[in-house]
Every structure is written in structure tokens, then in C-alpha cells.
Design a protein around this ligand. Structure first.
Ligand code: B1M
Length: 637
């Protein structure tokens, strides 16, 4: 690759040399050695103000928009950014090649994403074929944009968004389904990982052919120019959701294959992945980790110390509101700055608060970027000089796992009320649930019935206690989403035996009809699906209306199903306000008071729920069941 030494009069070689030294883990002796790359509104539509309407349909529009932005950035921001054209078509391009539909919410500030799974059964897996990049899904759009940029613009061209095998398969199957298959159909899941990994590698090769770049280097990986030896990146966000054993078995070999095909690579994830550090270090060809600590300083410190001197670490948060305070606390314990690249995204409309959440900002991004670069360099300078960073005495940032423990849910039943035989039967019920042994659970429930226990007692003192134990393990970080999904699924199998035996009075306790969905503009559904699984497992009738749902859809299904509760999920700060619109629409339809609204999702808080007039709120799926039960008690009081 013949790399230009300058672009539109801006020097690129000094910037590249600095990034290369960091990626090669060169010693850091001055703050100037640490690359700081402040991605001002680069390629996302999310939280951007001025993305043109035809951004995703007209390659010229996308290329010109980015080129204008980078030129303004280079003229005003004193950082280490190396510009390149990012053919950005959202996070679902590879999944779309396998048949997933892509959806894009109307209006500015929205990026394309997968609208729903395309692999719904084991038979669908057998039918999967390697995508043809010239024909399938959104791949031709990416190639069209690359071809246009290569032919008609002077920007170097990089790779599109590269969701890795775990994320892509999660999008193709739906994470809840994938996690069950990991336990129940491991051979088939291995096949899936194999075909998606092959497709991933082929897809990168095709892009590189069109770009004209070597396999083992790149003009751009997620905002960063990459030197020889780092030819690819993969987004591995879902690693925070799964436990280390599943990740090692299914994912590590595939990412190793990918990185080895391109000389080495960068793995990206948002959030706390401390439990996967051992696995990350087992990935062959891992040259860099890109992580958004999202406010979790404790997890960042563990990650940083474990990677120091072994791989580069690109720190990729959304720009924090309190730039000085955030980076002071993030770097307060860093002893070794080798390999660190500070690479925040400075969005037009949103910044990160101290807890890692997002809030609306009113800053001029280029000015904010300069402030950020200055703050980061000053803090690193102080650390290297052994001076205080200024974070001393600040409240500790978010801890890695919630310290709160769940009280056992369900009706308290005095253990002494049971005979030894009944006690043993209930223990069996709990053990089978915790072992995800559906058949064993059904047998244990039958044994418990034979021992004279009432069906409702088996639910509360057996299943619910077992579920509470899994919930505690989840909350303390000892088990992860796949285990929560499996426990919920196993509980549903047990409930199928008990359901017909529950008398109306018993069944009425804590049960009801729920309409659940993700609000308009939001395509995240992993959390919503877990909440649904656990509500069903607890005996609620749940109507799932899916993702990106307008207020009218919630109202219509609530009326049709005589729902007691409408449950709303949102993961984006930009879509939270759509929850309030559902509350208003229900009131306009005359359902206020008759239907309780419950809200949840990472950016949602009790205060926000109160603010929009939602009666219920839960921070996680385990507590969502208890909150739904509380709302039912309110409704029947
Ligand atoms: Co997105 N994403 N994402 N993403 N994504 C986040 C949420 C983000 C925090 C990442 C980041 O910036 N660091 C950020 C949101 C920032 C903000 O606005 N606050 C973000 C962004 C910006 C985006 C895009 C805009 C990126 C882009 O394309 N520019 C884009 C938006 C697409 C769209 O929605 N229109 C996007 C896309 C995606 C993927 C498609 C790639 C994928 C979603 C796949 C899917 O859902 N099928 C994805 C993922 C996976 C994430 C992260 C990595 C994980 C989210 C998740 O599923 N967590 C996330 C970063 C992170 O958190 N590490 C990120 C696990 C899940 C179990 O937790 O959903 O919180 P959660 O659910 C919990 C509780 O919140 C609660 O219970 C659940 C279980 O305990 N809960 C409820 C949830 N709903 C509830 C309802 C209730 C009660 C409790 O009552 C009704």
C-alpha cells in the first residue's frame, strides 16, 4: 500500500508513527507519546446533528460528509487522528448477508441495525450458505461506497463495521435462542460459528481487494489507522454477556482464525469484560483490545494491568462530560502507559456522565475535542511526573458488579412446615432448575406432588427459590446471561407441569397478562427477551410485540389482550422519551389506571419512570418479575 504522507495539506506521517509506536508497545516517557484521537462526529448518525438525509443511500453524500468533517477536525483539533473514509452502514451488514432484515428508524440520528433474527430453527442453520458480497444483504452497498470513495475522493478508505462471530450470530439467532443452543445443541452452534467465521474472513478480504490495502494493515479500524500486523478488528460486545467457559469453547478459536488471517487484530467490547481477560489473552494474533470502560474504573484498572506490555489498549468511551475528572480517575492507578491509545467519540448531542450513562450535552464538538485532548495529556503528564492527578478524594466510580443481593422471592414459607420427604423433593426441584435439567425438573415436581405438596407451594418454595438463587449468582457476576436464560427456560418447562394444577385463586396470585416490547427507534432486545423469559417462567402470560414499536402498537395489543401491564424496554438515551409517548397514548385511549406501565433498560431509572408517569420500574430482569407481581397486587387491591 502506497500510504500518502499528507492529506489536504495535513501531515499524516508523524501521526501514523506515533500510533505505530503505541501499537508496538514502545516505552512511554512523555505524555506526547500517548496517541489521543478525539473522534468528532465521524461516521455515526447516532447522536449527530448534521448527517444528510441520503447518507445511507448515496455514496457521494456519505463520503463528502465525512471528508468535510475530517477537514474541519484536522484544521481545529490538536490530536493524533489519521483521517479515512469509513463505509458505515450500521452494525448488521454481515448478518444481513446471511438473510437478516436491516431496519432504520425514520428521522435524523439513527443508524441501520438488524430488525430481527433470520435463523429461527435448527433447520435454518442447515440451510445457511456463505454470503455473496456482490449480491447479499447490505454488502453491495458497502462495496459501492468503497468503490465510489476510491474512484472519486482523496480520503484513504477503511473497513466497514465488523461485528465478530459472537455478535453476528447473536443478531442472526437472537441471543436468548443462541444461548440455549450453546447448552443444548453445541455441535450445531460450532457449525454456525465455523460458517460465520469463514464468511467474516471472506468479507474482509473482498473489502480489502476493493480498497487496495494489504491483508495485514488497515487505513481504518473503528476510527484508528492501524500499522502492519493489525489488519482487522472485530466487535465482540457480547463477550460481556456470556461466561468464560462458553466464550473459550465457541469464540476464542474463531477470533484466533480471523486475526491470524490478517496478521493480527483488535477486539472491541463495551463495558466490563474482566471475566474474559484470560480468554482474550488466549486469542492468537490479539494485538489490541478496544474497550469502552463506561465509567467502571475498577474493571478498567484490572483490564489495563492485565494487558500492559502484552497488547495495546484503545480506550474508546463516548466523551465524558467531566473530562478532567473522568480521565483523572481512570488513569490514577495506571503505572505503565505502553500501548494505550485514548480514543473517545465526541458526539454532537450526547456525552457520558460519571456513572457511564449518557446525557444530552450542549457543546461544540471541535471545542470539546480540544478540551478533552488537553485534559488527557495533562493528566498523563502528571502521572508520568509522579504528581497527583486530581482524582484524589473523588467518590469511587461504578463498581464492577452490583453489591446488592436479592432476598428470596415468592411467598415466604417456613422450611420447618415441610416433612423431610417434602424438603428433599423441594431441594431436588431447586437442584434441577440450577442444573438446567428440564426432564429431571418435571420428575422432581411430580415427586413433590406425590409427597403431598400443593402446586403453588412447589412454585414458591421450589422454583422461585431456585430462580432467586440463579438471580443472586447473576447479580454477583458469578453467572451470566446464558445461565439466566437457561434457568428461565427450564423453569418454564417445570411450570408446564404445574400450570394445569394451579387453582384459580393460586394462579391469580402474582400472575397477569403483560404486553412487552422495545420502544420506537430502538432495536435492542436482549434485555427485553430475558425479562420476557423470566416473566413467563413466573407464570405471566406475555405478548411480545418486538422491537422498534410505536405507541399505537402497545395500545392496540393492550386492548386486544386485556393486558394488566404494558412493559417497555429502551437502551438508547435517544429513545427513552418514546416511553413517555406510550404512557400518554395509553391515557388517551382511556386505559390509564386500568393498565399499569412498567419500564426498564440500562439508561432508565426510578426517577425517570416517575417523571413520565410509569408506575413500575426494574433495573434488571430478576427484579422485573417482582415489580410485575407488585403491580398486579396494586391492580387487585
Ligand atoms: Co448498542 N448501544 N447500539 N447494540 N449496545 C449500547 C446500549 C451502548 C451503551 C454502547 C455504548 O455506547 N457504549 C450505546 C447506547 C448509548 C446510549 O444511548 N445510552 C449503544 C449504541 C449507541 C448503539 C447504536 C446507536 C450504535 C450505532 O449503530 N451507532 C446502535 C443502535 C441501534 C438501534 O437500536 N437503533 C446499537 C446497536 C447494537 C447492536 C445491534 C449491535 C446490539 C443489539 C443487539 C440486540 O439487542 N439484539 C448492541 C448491543 C449488544 C449493545 C451492548 C453491547 C449490550 C446491550 C445489552 O444487550 N446488554 C451495549 C453496551 C453495553 O451495555 N455493554 C450497547 C445486556 C442486556 C441483558 O442488558 O438490555 O440493559 P439490558 O437489560 C437488562 C436491564 O436493563 C433490564 O433487565 C435486563 C436483564 O437484567 N431491562 C429491563 C431491560 N429491559 C427492561 C424492561 C423492564 C425491566 C427491566 O421492564 C419493562
Amino acid at each position: 500500500m502506497d500510504e500518502p504522507t499528507q492529506w489536504r495539506g495535513f501531515d499524516l506521517s508523524a501521526r501514523r508513527a506515533k500510533i505505530e509506536r503505541a501499537c508496538n508497545l514502545a516505552l512511554v516517557t512523555s505524555a506526547e507519546d500517548v496517541p489521543v484521537i478525539a473522534g468528532t462526529p465521524g461516521y455515526f448518525a447516532f447522536a449527530s446533528k448534521a448527517v444528510p438525509e441520503d447518507y445511507f443511500t448515496n455514496p457521494a453524500s456519505m463520503v463528502e460528509y465525512q471528508a468535510r468533517g475530517y477537514q474541519a477536525h484536522l484544521a481545529r483539533v490538536d490530536d493524533d487522528f489519521v483521517p479515512y473514509f469509513m463505509p458505515w452502514f450500521g452494525t448488521g451488514v454481515l448478518a444481513s448477508g446471511f438473510g437478516c432484515e436491516i431496519s432504520i428508524a425514520p428521522g435524523p440520528g439513527n443508524d441501520p441495525a438488524v430488525a430481527g433474527p433470520c435463523v429461527k430453527s435448527i433447520a435454518d442453520v442447515a440451510r445457511l450458505r456463505l454470503p455473496d458480497a456482490q449480491r447479499d444483504g447490505w454488502m453491495p452497498r458497502v462495496l459501492g461506497a468503497i468503490d465510489y470513495a476510491v474512484a472519486c475522493n482523496d480520503l484513504p478508505v477503511g473497513l466497514t463495521d465488523m461485528q465478530g462471530p459472537l455478535d453476528t450470530i447473536g443478531l442472526m439467532c437472537g441471543q436468548a435462542q443462541l444461548y440455549q443452543w450453546m447448552y443444548r445443541e453445541p455441535a450445531m452452534v460450532h457449525e454456525l460459528f465455523d460458517i460465520v467465521t469463514t464468511a467474516f474472513i471472506e468479507w474482509v478480504k473482498v473489502q480489502k481487494q476493493h480498497i487496495g490495502e494489504p491483508l495485514d494493515a488497515s487505513n481504518g479500524l473503528q476510527g484508528v489507522w492501524a500499522p502492519r500486523g493489525i489488519g482487522v478488528w472485530e466487535s465482540d460486545d457480547d463477550l460481556v454477556l456470556v461466561d468464560a467457559r462458553l466464550y473459550e469453547e465457541f469464540v476464542v478459536p474463531c477470533v484466533s482464525r480471523i486475526f491470524q488471517a490478517f496478521g493480527g487484530g483488535q477486539a472491541h467490547f463495551c463495558g466490563n469484560g474482566v471475566h474474559q481477560i484470560g480468554n482474550l489473552l488466549k486469542i492468537k494474533g490479539l494485538r489490541a483490545v478496544s474497550n469502552s470502560p463506561m465509567g467502571n474504573v475498577t474493571a478498567f484498572n484490572t483490564l489495563q494491568r492485565s494487558l500492559a506490555g502484552r497488547t495495546a489498549l484503545w480506550i474508546q468511551d463516548s466523551a465524558p462530560l467531566d473530562m478532567e475528572g473522568y480521565y483523572a480517575s481512570l488513569f490514577a492507578q495506571v503505572e505503565d502507559f505502553r500501548g494505550i491509545i485514548v480514543q473517545p467519540f465526541v458526539l454532537d448531542t450526547l456525552g457520558m456522565d460519571r456513572a457511564g450513562g449518557y446525557t444530552v450535552v450542549d457543546w461544540e464538538p471541535l471545542e470539546a475535542a480540544n478540551r478533552l485532548v488537553k485534559a488527557v495529556r495533562e493528566i498523563i503528564r502528571r502521572r508520568l511526573a509522579g504528581e497527583p492527578t486530581g482524582s484524589e478524594g473523588q467518590a469511587p466510580a461504578k463498581q464492577s458488579v452490583s453489591a446488592g443481593k436479592l432476598a428470596a422471592c415468592g411467598t415466604e414459607v417456613a422450611q420447618s412446615a415441610f416433612t423431610p420427604q417434602q424438603k428433599a423433593a423441594l431441594d431436588d426441584v431447586q437442584d434441577c432448575l440450577i442444573d438446567f435439567d428440564g426432564e429431571g425438573l418435571k420428575a422432581a415436581i411430580r415427586a413433590a406432588l406425590k409427597a403431598g405438596l400443593a402446586p403453588f407451594t412447589i412454585v414458591t418454595a421450589g422454583l422461585a427459590e431456585g430462580m432467586a438463587e440463579v438471580g443472586q449468582l447473576y447479580e454477583s457476576g458469578e453467572c451470566f446471561l446464558p445461565e439466566l436464560v437457561m434457568a428461565g427456560h427450564t423453569m418454564s418447562e417445570g411450570m408446564a407441569v404445574l400450570q394445569p394444577l394451579l387453582t384459580t385463586g393460586e394462579a391469580g396470585q402474582g400472575k397477569g397478562t403483560v404486553v412487552i416490547g422495545t420502544v420506537q427507534g430502538d432495536l435492542h432486545d436482549i434485555g427485553k427477551n430475558i425479562v420476557k423469559t423470566l416473566l413467563e417462567a413466573a407464570g405471566f402470560i406475555v405478548h411480545d410485540i418486538g422491537i422498534d414499536q410505536p405507541p399505537a402498537a402497545f395500545v392496540r395489543v393492550a386492548v386486544e389482550t386485556h393486558a394488566h401491564i404494558v412493559a417497555l424496554s429502551a437502551l438508547l438515551t435517544t429513545t427513552m422519551s418514546n416511553m413517555g409517548r406510550v404512557v400518554n397514548a395509553l391515557a388517551e385511549a382511556g386505559l390509564a389506571g386500568r393498565v399499569q406501565v412498567m419500564v426498564g433498560g440500562a439508561p432508565i431509572s426510578r426517577e425517570f419512570a416517575d417523571h413520565i408517569g410509569a408506575a413500575g420500574y426494574a433495573p434488571d430482569a430478576v427484579k422485573a418479575v417482582r415489580e410485575a407481581e407488585r403491580l398486579m397486587r396494586l391492580a387487585t387491591a
